[in-house]
Design a protein around this ligand. Structure first.
Ligand SMILES: N[C@@H](CCC(=O)N[C@@H](CS)C(=O)NCC(=O)O)C(=O)O
Length: 215
């Protein structure tokens, strides 16, 4: 049984949950409460010294970093594939996924926002402005990239779901939480609408997790 150490609202953990659901794998959720700092506790950080979720436990081994975890799952369980078969296509899919996971997300994750607030003294308004600025910058270029690569508004790349969609949906979820305006990104909005009709995305959503607070 695979164990995913995560937090319901972590977008990096959300990526892995989507991949697990798409591949119909049996997995168990191990909640790590980021608000209580459980990611810094020895029981967690002995396996992942970065103190970040997600972490996957598989056959007694621990794996960190969502994209590395997803590629691990992809190699062990290739169906349905999250990466296209052609080398150039794979590079494009990875490129877009990295745009979200390595350029946008790190600027806006919990520890960065806490540092802005606690160490640099930014108030709520300035913190939100920081957040919205980097989201807008990221989505603006992603929207153009989607157009160049010919997305038709169901999935990011080609006719089937890929690693990019797995990264995009949690990032849009986060943006919506911070009241970002998506009206300028029709393709991204349309991909969000389509993916949210699919069971794997709904089952992986923050609200569907056992550690999500009751409405
Ligand atoms: N690049 C990492 C990012 C992981 C990450 O930033 N996780 C956040 C939640 S989305 C976290 O654990 N934050 C805890 C903290 O900031 O203390 C990945 O893709 O797994």
């Amino acid at each position: 049984m695979l164990k995913l150490y995560g937090y319901y609202r972590s977008s990096a953990a959300y990526r892995v949950r989507i991949a697990l659901e798409l591949k119909s794998l049996n997995w168990e959720s191990v909640p790590v409460n980021l608000q209580f700092g459980e990611q810094k506790k020895e029981s967690f950080s002995q396996h992942n010294p970065q103190g970040l979720v997600p972490m996957l436990e598989s056959s007694g081994q621990f794996f960190a970093q969502s994209l590395a975890i997803i590629e691990y799952l992809e190699e062990l369980h290739p169906e349905p594939p999250l990466l296209p078969s052609g080398t150039a296509q794979r590079a494009r899919v990875r490129g877009m996924a990295h745009q979200i996971a390595m350029e946008m997300h790190p600027l806006n994750n919990l520890r960065v926002l806490k540092y802005l607030e606690n160490e640099l003294g930014l108030n709520e308004e300035k913190k939100t402005s920081w957040y919205q600025h980097w989201i807008a910058e990221g989505f603006r270029s992603l929207e153009k990239t989607l157009k160049i690569y010919g997305s038709e508004g169901q999935f990011c790349f080609g006719e089937s779901l890929s690693l990019v969609d797995v990264c995009l949906i949690p990032q849009v979820y986060n943006g919506l939480r911070f009241n970002c305006d998506f009206s300028g990104y029709p393709l991204i909005k349309s991909i969000w609408d389509h993916c949210m009709t699919l069971d794997a995305f709904r089952h992986a959503s923050p609200e569907a997790q056992p550690d999500a607070p009751e409405e």
